[in-house]
Design a protein around this ligand. Sequence first.
Ligand code: HAM
Length: 419
Amino acid sequence: MIQKPRGTLDLLPESTPLWRKVEQACFAVSRRFGYEEIRVPTFERSELYHRSVGEGTDVVQKETYDFSDKDGRAITLRPEGTAGVSRAVIENSLYAGVMPLKLSYLLSCFRYELPQAGRSREFYQFGVECFGAARSACDAEVILLADGIFKELGLSPRLEINSIGCPECRARYLEALKEYFSACRDQLCETCRGRLEKNALRILDCKNESCKAISKDAPLITDYLCADCKTQFDEVKELLDAQNLVYTVNPRIVRGLDYYRGLVFEFIDESIGAQSTLCGGGRYDGLIRSLDGPDLPGIGFAMGLTRIILCLEQKGEPVPAQKPDLYLASTDPESAKAAFTLAQALRERGLCATSDLVGRSVKSQMKYADKSGAGYVIVLGDEELQTKRARLRSLRDGTEQVVDIEDPDALKKRIQEGN
Ligand code: HAM
């Protein structure tokens, strides 16, 4: 038997209604903030991720799915959404329209990571990106949007924020980091020894245990912020305070992607285990420029839907019901045809109606109706076809009422009244 590749997920009908509910909540809340949906390709030229996510990141160095297409082009399955959305903004000149440009998306992403609860190789992200607004009001609004989605879903993860500074203050910080890590060079993993020269910030994000232990006492970015970065960060905090949003400043958050600068944030819920970051985001003002676009500031976040679903399941969130309204049983081929036609008439009126497609006996059809969770059943036979009347039986309480089988509008009304 061929099994699914390691680290991929089959989302089965028993859970998809919950996924849909989460996705709808994400889009509904982002809509209230003025975001519009964008869809971008599943794969892009590899260079896009090298230049945005960064050559030195774990994501690009170890986790991307790369291949050459039949024309020998270097292609990568998207490991995240920001790079592709930014490319689309540039390529389609979306920056020439109304600013700020507010985009939301729902994507599958691919990262070759060690699979565990809440971490898979194909996973789903809902994200937003806001281009063209550099002010702290935009930073605060994006955080409020993520928080709004969690509230809508009845979740309350912890919010942690940090500023990782602009290129100027970062340069001084990187020097300090380099000095610190050089002293314990031998204890770093091989990848991080390479990072020491190229971008010591990435060492803080390494998943190797020894690197993690050394990183604990590394210098903090907050001690190196320039006056402008500090002011902007203070303003964001003030705005969040004014909205009574609870957060902590965690100077250890650096995020695992190179394009960030200034504000970064994460929403965390440890109740789902080690992979506890439900949402991560931040500002990336140099990204569009670095991809040969205009000088356009940007900020956004992405939330991992698998992790959100885990949280909801843990809370005992019921999966929204998806049961047929009516099952139309039949006793012979003639009434089967009538059942088929009546089912279709009811579907055209917006109900979920099913009839026998496999030639079961009436007894098996009734068992099937029960199992399917149908709200009502009608059995059509000779007598019903002749009198044009049948008994509509509620499978919830067993009550029955006589209905006209040639009046699907009236039948629909009866079924809806009983729901
Ligand atoms: P990220 O932190 O790499 O950021 O991923 C965002 C979220 O995706 C994580 O917080 C987590 O919930 C989920 N996630 C990441 N990897 C996996 C995985 N292997 N399995 C399951 N879930 C996962 C980004 O991707 C940025 N593009 C976010 C962003 C948008 N920043 C600005 N705009």
